[in-house]
Write a protein that binds this ligand. Structure first.
Ligand code: PEP
Ligand code: MG
Length: 555
């Protein structure tokens, strides 16, 4: 960015300690201020969702949680009552102590949370003292200079007016930095006190990628930097715009490109990178890292949030895939000799219907007026699929009786990630609406090589001809039964593999969002015919290395 300096130096409110008689009234004032601050944050959250997407906007949900923290409110109340002081002073003491506790932590990410605490704290103080925040509406596009920016300040910025941001404090993991990144504003944080000396209106230049600041660039530097800026803007626009278009081969074969997500907050990012749907929603993250399973209603909320974010694009919700190496603290899974060959995925869920049925109910409830599909992980036998489908039917009947709406025609598919499923893919295809190949697990099971064991890493590669042949068998069985076949393992997001995967006949590829632009670009460079020839050659190769060499030669 190149532009004039605007110094943003809001005066922090000076809080005076006053003795009060009516501590009850002070407490009531604080409660009201917290309420108003909460409304402000909710509004800000809504704006931020639109501006930067739900993922980054989630910081304001964290701010709301902080205001709901009974310990914080209790501490402020104690200050008011025991010291008989005004609400402002009591609140400020509480905020300072909390922020300092964060600052003292070892973890850089947690230290950066001190700024969030102060941000929420200031907001409540602003309410108590009836303060207006200084305007961030600049007359002309400028580079914003500040000691530090709170996340709420950053979210108020208009990306059209703010060319760049430099702050004295802050780290790369502060939410201001994260929000600036999501807004696409070049920023440098932690530049130190020297920023104070920059004069209002003086032209400066910054390079956010390199973290460099030119305080008084000469003409040659300005020309050079302006060229870099134009190249960067053009590239940004190109990548994101092109990624929004569908991936179609030169001879007009359409390949659906979807994203893998771990929670509803990832949905917005998926769309930004050009996802045409969610091909794998890994629901286990909703169940892990907590003391008990999420309730049915909590799950409905998460699934609906993801589906709403995707609009009319489909969301494939994979049922719980825990067990083995992914334990749940609230369920005793016992100790297993071979966790990867143990009680996981659909095996676990079919036994633990107290966990599985609420999830199926939640997915079905969320499917009402949303494009949601169900997918079962780790299916290895026809009986498993039939039992899971019977449970879906049972849950549907229950919901119908309760007069709860759901999509009666919801599609039910399975992951193909166990070799036995490939062997009976023709039988499974008669009972499933779609297949999605999980190459991460399929590879380790086909090659009998633990993907976490470095000594067998050469074997545990999805480029092994044996794995590719399993993919081919799966696609053929699926297509023979007229169902579509996708892939959601890591191989789907590797652009080196794209042409081969198209040639193997995959209809859909689902991957981590940032991989989408490159994979879409790779699809557009091939014809179906060439892709098929390439796939046939790959299937005949003698090793994974030979497959990789072949694909590299065709890039
Ligand atoms: C896979 O196994 O390829 C897959 C997509 O599932 P996960 O990585 O969640 O086991
Ligand atoms: Mg898997």
């Amino acid at each position: 960015a190149i532009g004039p300096v605007v110094q943003y130096r809001p005066q922090l409110p000076e809080v005076k300690v006053k003795k009060v008689k009516d501590t009850g009234a002070e407490w009531a004032r604080l409660v009201t201020a917290v309420q108003s601050a909460r409304l402000e944050i909710q509004l800000l959250h809504k704006q931020a969702v639109v501006q930067v997407g739900a993922g980054e906007a989630a910081i304001f949900e964290a701010h709301l949680l902080f205001l709901d923290d009974p310990d914080v409110l209790e501490a402020a109340k104690t200050h008011i009552e025991s010291e008989r002081i005004n609400a402002e002073a009591a609140w400020q003491q509480t905020i300072l102590a909390t922020a300092n506790r964060y600052r003292a932590l070892e973890d850089a990410y947690m230290r950066a949370r001190a700024a969030d605490v102060e941000d929420v704290g200031q907001r409540v103080l602003g309410q108590l003292m009836d303060l207006e925040r200084p305007s961030l509406n600049f007359r002309r596009p400028s580079i914003l200079i500040a000691a530090d920016l709170t996340p709420s300040d950053t979210a108020r910025l208009d990306p059209k007016k703010v060319l760049g941001i430099c702050t004295e404090l802050g780290g790369a993991t502060s939410h201001s930095a994260i929000l600036a990144r999501a807004l696409g504003i070049p920023a440098i944080v932690g530049l130190g006190k020297q920023l104070e000396t920059l004069a209002e209106g003086q032209t400066i230049a910054i390079n956010g990628q390199q973290g460099r600041l030119w305080i008084s660039p000469d003409d040659a530097q300005l020309t050079n930097l302006a060229e870099q800026r134009i190249a960067w803007l053009t590239e940004q626009r190109r990548v994101k715009t092109v990624a929004q278009q569908r991936a179609i081969t030169k001879d007009k074969k359409y390949i659906e490109i979807a994203a893998n997500i771990g929670g509803p907050n990832d949905a917005a990012i998926a769309l930004e990178y050009g996802a045409e749907g969610v091909g794998l929603f890994r629901t286990e993250f909703l169940f892990m890292g907590r003391a008990e399973a999420p309730t049915e209603d909590e799950q409905v909320a998460a699934y609906v949030q993801a589906a709403k974010a995707l609009g009319d694009k489909p969301v494939i919700i994979r049922t719980l895939d825990v067990g083995g190496d992914k334990p749940l603290p609230y369920i005793d899974q016992g100790k297993e000799e071979n966790p990867f060959l143990g009680w996981r995925g659909i095996r676990f869920c079919l036994d633990e219907t107290a966990v599985f049925k609420p999830q199926l109910r939640a997915i079905l409830r969320a499917s009402h007026q949303h494009k949601i599909k169900i997918m079962f992980p780790m299916v290895g036998a026809l009986s498993e699929l039939l039992a899971a489908k019977a449970l879906v039917a049972e849950v549907k009947a229950e919901l119908k009786k309760e007069k709860v709406a759901f999509d009666p025609n919801i599609q039910v598919g399975i992951m193909i990630e166990v070799p036995s499923a490939v062997a009976i893919a023709d039988q499974l295809a008669k009972e499933a609406d779609f297949f999605s190949i999980g190459t991460n697990d399929l590879t380790q099971y086909v090659m009998a090589a633990d993907r976490g064991n470095a000594r067998v890493a050469g074997l545990a590669q999805a480029f092994q001809p044996a794995v590719l042949r399993m993919i081919k068998l799966t696609v053929d069985a699926g297509h023979a039964a007229n169902i579509w076949v996708g892939m959601c393992g890591e191989l789907a997001g590797n652009p080196l593999a794209t042409a081969m995967l198209v040639g193997l006949g995959l209809d859909e590829l689902s991957m981590s969002a940032p991989a989408i632009p490159a994979v879409k670009a790779a699809v557009r460079e091939i014809t179906g015919y060439d892709a098929q020839r390439l796939a046939e050659q790959a299937l005949q190769m003698a090793s994974a290395e030979a497959v990789i060499n072949l694909l590299q030669a065709h890039q």
